[in-house]
Ligand binder design. Structure first.
Ligand code: NAD
Length: 314
């Protein structure tokens, strides 16, 4: 077990990053949060600003990662993560997944620090194996609009492993599946905020296609706990982090309508190009090697997200 005293989080002012910074601070760690605020914002970490051990640095990690001195770990989360953002920022997404990852790895190498890559279930593409185990190589369209993200993360994984083999950097790869909770951007098109926002404002819930496609939704503090466990060990991974309770998008829409008591109906909209049909992590590795599994039920997580959205929308 590694103990963490000083950690740098790229993308720390994003949705997952903000929860990760908070968790690390709660654990007594000094945290350097580096972010260019392209898809995140200083507001997401404003509640942490008064803490003496918390530092926010505005920087584009594709240009270089600021070096705050000795570090025990570099947790690399910086990357546009929702389709709305990476389709709007295709070249920036490729750049941060490639050059940004190299820069973050160089920082970890300089300080002999643990490096954790926030990779994604999107490396499995539209999977031909179900559920997805880490030894499945994926089914990705390399030239479609989503490829900037999917192939970017595949490149990032390859780079991390090459640094491990070539330079001995202590690299760990987390493949994160759909994560949800408060502080998600409410307008970035991801399914939970899109559905919850529509439901609490009594507007139609936009269900793509016939809604039979599945996702597995993991509460953000569970995902963050997996990332911290991975940071504290020396496993290379990759390791899936997600919830193995799978739901169709249509069922999710109806659950959210029920939880909010909304009068809203479902509205079927066009299916995005290369939208994966199914998604469910195989968690055997996470359970056996990290002693990790999701703890929060999807329903309770959704209730908390609804309460947060109601506050945000006033
Ligand atoms: P997010 O967009 O909320 O956070 C990403 C953060 O990175 C933002 O604060 C953004 O401003 C910052 N960023 C982007 N490009 C940058 C750059 N060049 N330099 C510095 N900062 C930059 O997204 P998120 O949902 O919090 O995702 C965080 C990470 O987790 C991403 O790497 C994403 O691929 C991965 N992930 C998330 C999910 C999920 O469901 N949320 C699933 C799989 C993987």
């Amino acid at each position: 077990m590694r103990s963490l005293a000083r950690v740098l989080v790229t993308g720390g002012a994003g949705f997952v990053g903000s929860w990760l910074c908070e968790r690390l601070l709660d654990d007594g760690v000094e945290v350097w949060c580096v972010d260019d605020f392209s898809t995140g914002s200083p507001q997401k970490v404003a509640h942490l600003a008064a803490q003496r051990r918390f530092h926010v640095v505005e920087a584009d990690v594709s240009d270089g990662v600021p070096d705050p001195g000795p570090l025990d770990a570099v947790l690399h989360l910086a990357c546009p993560a929702s389709p709305v953002h990476y389709l709007r920022l295709p070249l920036e997404t490729l750049r941060v997944a490639s050059t940004g990852t190299v820069n973050a790895l160089e920082l970890a190498r300089r300080h002999d620090a643990r490096f954790v890559l926030a990779s994604t279930s999107e490396v499995y593409g539209d999977p031909l194996e179900h559920p997805q185990r880490e030894d499945y190589w994926g089914h990705v369209n390399p030239i479609g609009p989503r490829s900037v993200y999917d192939e970017g993360k595949r490149f990032a994984e390859a780079t991390a492993m090459a640094y491990r083999r070539t330079h001995g950097v202590d690299v760990g790869i987390a493949r994160i599946f759909n994560t949800f909770g408060p502080r998600m951007s409410i307008d970035d098109g991801r399914v939970v905020p899109a559905f919850v926002r529509a439901a609490v404002t009594d507007r139609p819930l936009p269900v793509a296609g016939d809604g039979s496609q599945t996702r597995s939704l993991c509460w953000v503090e569970d995902t963050v706990d997996g990332l911290v466990r991975l940071a504290c060990c020396d496993l290379a991974g990759p390791i899936n982090l997600g919830n193995d309770q799978e739901t169709t998008m249509l069922a999710l829409a109806h659950t959210i309508i029920e939880l909010t008591g909304s009068r809203a109906r479902v509205e079927h909209v066009a299916l995005p190009e290369d939208d994966p049909r199914v998604r469910r992590p195989d968690l055997q590795r996470a359970r056996e090697l990290l002693g990790w599994e999701p703890r929060m039920s999807v329903e309770e997580g959704l209730k908390r997200t609804v309460r947060w959205m109601e506050d945000v929308l006033g």
